[in-house]
Design a protein around this ligand. Structure first.
Ligand code: HEM
Length: 401
């Protein structure tokens, strides 16, 4: 579906092996600035009113698309509505299309996908619209570093990247730097992995906050304010890393709602026996079922109760802050929201930061409530192996004084 990116997935290196901490540190102020600009445009309160009702899931997906792209390609590209619209459609098309393609014999699939792309599909449009912004990052890198003679391009590309595309350039082979649409496909691919997944978490988080007793919401707010205060009033990565209660809320959302019915699918390369003695022939497809795992009462007492502070309470003792095993992004055999092992989601640190930046900004500026008469537990929408928040459920945002 996306050319040679699966056979040569160097763009995963941009997330996994680059100097992640440093990159994330410089991306947080960018994402925060974009969130501050974009939130009032997506949560539009008109005239003398102080509240507005929004259809939550699609609104949060659009907001995430913008904030994520501030990190992916920078400004002004992240504000190009045409590109963002196409980009959001890509994910909405690719998932059902991957199902439809399975109905065709193997030799026809490439042709069917290509036909779909040139007729109605959004992918080619998204690639075309993002290409100039990728080109401008190349131009910028060349301009800034042209004074350093004799080094390969990869060395020219920023020690302090301001976009994920900058990191992508660091790993791109020379021939891809001359074929910019090829690089743009990778940006579209990363975006596809980032937007809906993060939008789902933000939507669930706001629904949960609207349901929670106000004292608990205040506890989360107080911790956010204290963390920012402790960093000299600046909401930087160090501050966001101290939002433990929000981290716990997000982790509980992943546990309680489990996004996928089946996750972390793998193919056995040779015959393998599992602990109950079952022998799997080579070529078997194996997947994990997150829901039963995340509702295992031995691991999670009272598993069908949503407890926003379940994981924060486990961060006890002197090392509370450092107990990363209780953090949202920690991979374990009992928590597979981000998958498992070597192929566990490489974007999870970025996703967690972006979600926290957006949710904390919303929390500090708005109160949330369900519209009068609306269900407090809007039914999620399940298709295939995916579960997403109810796409038509609404939430009332009231501006805080
Ligand atoms: C809350 C947000 C996210 C969730 C819940 C999520 C979840 C997942 C899961 C379950 C997998 C499969 C892991 C496995 O097979 O064991 C995965 C893979 C992946 N994710 Fe994420 N993801 C999120 C955000 C992101 C973001 C923001 C990016 C990119 C910036 C990203 C990039 C990827 C990539 C490239 C893979 C494939 C890794 C590989 O095959 O080695 N994800 N993600």
């Amino acid at each position: 579906m996306f050319g040679d990116i699966t056979t040569n997935p160097y763009h995963l290196e941009t997330i996994i092996r680059s100097d992640m901490t440093r990159a994330l540190r410089s991306l947080v102020p960018e994402m925060l600035e974009e969130a501050r600009m974009a939130i009032p445009e997506h949560v539009k309160i008109h005239g003398a009113k102080n509240s507005v009702t929004v259809t939550l899931f699609p609104t949060m997906v659009r907001l995430v698309a913008r904030v994520a792209n501030r990190a992916m390609i920078g400004a002004p590209g992240c504000r190009n509505e045409k590109f963002l619209k196409k980009q959001v459609s890509v994910a909405e098309e690719v998932i059902p299309m991957s199902q439809i393609l399975n109905w065709f014999p193997l030799f026809l699939r490439v042709a069917v996908w290509k036909l779909f792309c040139v007729t109605v599909g959004a992918k080619d449009g998204a690639v075309r619209l993002v290409t100039p912004y990728v080109q401008s990052r190349i131009d910028y890198a060349q301009q800034v570093w042209s004074c350093i003679a004799g080094l390969p391009f990869s060395h020219h590309v920023q020690d302090n990247p301001s976009t994920i595309t900058d990191l992508l350039l660091r790993y791109a082979p020379e021939e891809d730097l001359k074929d910019v649409p090829k690089l743009a496909v990778r940006v579209v691919h990363l975006n596809m992995a980032a937007i809906h997944t993060s939008g789902i978490f933000i939507t669930h988080a706001l629904f949960e906050l609207a349901r929670m007793p106000s004292e608990q919401v205040e506890e989360i707010r107080a911790e956010i304010r204290a963390a920012i205060e402790s960093e000299g009033g600046v909401c930087d990565k160090a501050a966001v890393d101290k939002f433990y209660k929000l981290d716990s809320l997000l982790k509980e959302i992943g546990r309680f709602h489990s996004l996928f019915a089946v996750s972390s699918s793998r193919v056995t390369l040779s015959e393998a026996a599992i602990t109950d003695g079952t022998v799997l022939p080579a070529g078997s497809v194996v997947g994990f079922a997150p829901k039963p795992l995340h509702h295992n009462a031995q691991m999670y007492p009272d598993p069908y109760t949503f407890d926003p502070f379940r994981f924060a309470k486990l961060r006890t003792g002197e090392n509370a802050a450092r107990d990363i095993t209780q953090s949202f992004t920690h991979l374990s055999n009992d928590y597979i929201v981000f998958g498992l092992g070597k192929h566990g989601c490489p974007g999870r640190f970025f996703a967690a930061l972006m979600i926290k930046v957006v949710v904390s900004e919303l929390l500090l500026n708005y109160d949330f409530a369900f519209p009068a008469g609306a269900s407090q537990t809007p039914k999620s929408f399940a298709f295939n192996i995916f579960t997403v928040p109810n796409p038509s459920a609404k939430l009332v945002f009231t501006q805080r004084k």
